[in-house]
Design a protein around this ligand. Structure first.
Ligand SMILES: *[C@@H]1O[C@H](CO)[C@@H](O)[C@H](O)[C@H]1NC(C)=O
Ligand SMILES: *[C@@H]1O[C@H](CO)[C@@H](O)[C@H](O)[C@H]1NC(C)=O
Length: 394
């Protein structure tokens, strides 16, 4: 039943505290506000004069974070993690295999994700999961990233991109001859193979060149391109303290023992395991700050809008067009566009990773990129809404 109009909340002018006879109180309030404001300005000016370090306020924020890290180090919640982390060691181990020795079609990732691309590997009726992952009871079980992009998107992240360490050429099989490689490694601690770069980089724009004072991520560089992956699994420890895992395989297989796994068909796996992929160029500019990268692909405005969906495998530099990953077929949903993101967004994500129960320290630096997947190893089931599926078997 609708309440009678009399019982609606009183309009502003009927609230006693705001009536004219309380003008004095209002006046006193604004007066004290002004006093406070002046005090704040004086304080700020004094601080400026006293401090030789312009980053003193951010240093204070960081030291607040360090306090939490100290708490973590001494907390029982983490001290007993080896016993309490129910996903530890859940990874089912499948070695890489020579691609030519694979008996069943084992589509690989990361492939060309340019709109219109269709791979040459006939995967029959196998389809990727085209729904938002949460609608299939999947949750993110990890986040990690690669130096450069593993995927390839013409005009977004390809051989024409650039960064402080240059770019890599398109592979020979893609029918293009480029001299000069520029395959310098950016990360001297974790020497890794790099991928393609985005086209945002401008060496004359300070947001691509001003170093950032990294606190939590390791070996990262402003101006560089990184491809972020969020593996999702319906067998993850979703909604529990053990949800995020390193290695991510522990998270993917957390509630999937081998006996159960062996009963699954290819489509069951492609429907229940998926990865979000999104490519970023890091800028030193807080107007590109996004506070919650650990959660999954950023879907907002132009971000996470133009999505390429197909089935592939796990990635990384140990796989190539000779050595294939056997973790397939899984769904990939990849943002075709490259976005700028602040260095602080990544550093906040690394901080959040340090706060998980499982030790995610092996994922705080960029991993190597796989070489671009050859057409022969890329599935032919890319999702194009409204398109009639090509049937290569007929
Ligand atoms: C990627 O796919 C697009 C669209 O099909 C195509 O034009 C381009 O040549 C492909 N590039 C590579 C390297 O495979
Ligand atoms: C950067 O500035 C220099 C000197 O003004 C100019 O020659 C060069 O073309 C600029 N580079 C880019 C990428 O804009």
């Amino acid at each position: 039943m609708c309440p009678p109009p009399e019982s609606l909340p009183a309009p502003i002018e009927k609230i006693p505290a705001l009536q004219p006879k309380h003008k004095f109180l209002l006046g006193a309030l604004s007066w004290s506000t002004i006093v406070l404001l002046v005090a704040t300005i004086i304080l700020a000016a004094t601080n400026k004069g006293n401090s030789s370090n312009p980053a003193s306020s951010s240093a204070a924020a960081v030291s607040a974070g360090v306090d939490f890290l100290t708490s973590k180090a001494s907390s029982d919640f983490f001290a007993t993690s080896d016993e309490d982390n129910v996903c530890a060691g859940a990874k089912l181990a499948f070695d890489n295999k020579l691609c030519v020795d694979l008996e069943v079609p084992t589509p690989q990732a990361g492939a060309n994700v340019t709109k219109g691309y269709v791979g040459d590997l006939d995967v029959g009726d196998l389809v990727p999961n085209t729904k938002p992952y949460w609608q299939s009871s999947m949750c993110p079980v990890n986040v990690h990233w690669h130096l450069g992009s593993e995927h390839y998107s013409v005009g977004q992240y390809d051989e024409t991109g650039n960064g402080p360490n240059g770019n890599i050429p398109r592979p020979e099989w893609a029918d293009r001859d480029l001299s000069g490689t520029g395959t310098e490694d950016v990360d001297t601690v974790h020497q890794v193979q790099d991928g393609f770069r985005c086209l945002h980089y401008d060496p004359n724009d300070s947001k691509f060149t001003t170093p950032y004072n990294w606190q939590h991520c390791e070996g990262m560089e402003v101006g560089e391109t990184y491809e972020v992956h969020w593996p999702h699994s319906a067998a993850g420890a979703c909604g529990t303290v053990n949800q995020y895992q390193t290695p991510f395989y522990d998270g993917v297989f957390c509630n999937l023992p081998l006996e159960t796994f062996l009963t699954l068909g290819a489509q069951d796996i492609a429907s229940a395991v998926g990865v979000h992929g999104q490519v970023f160029t890091i800028v030193n500019d807080e107007s590109y700050f996004y506070p919650d990268m650990i959660r999954g692909m950023i879907v907002d405005k132009e971000m996470g809008k133009d999505i390429h969906i197909y089935t592939g495998s796990t990635t990384g530099e140990t796989r190539s067009n000779e050595m294939c990953s056997q973790y397939a077929p899984i769904t990939w949903q990849v943002d075709r566009k490259c976005h700028m993101i602040s260095a602080s967004s990544f550093d906040k994500m690394c901080y959040d990773m340090k706060m998980q129960r499982d030790d995610m320290s092996d994922d705080l630096h960029a991993h190597g990129s796989r070489e671009l997947v050859n057409d022969d190893l890329a599935a032919n089931n890319q999702y194009y809404p409204g398109a009639v599926r090509r049937n290569l078997r007929s």
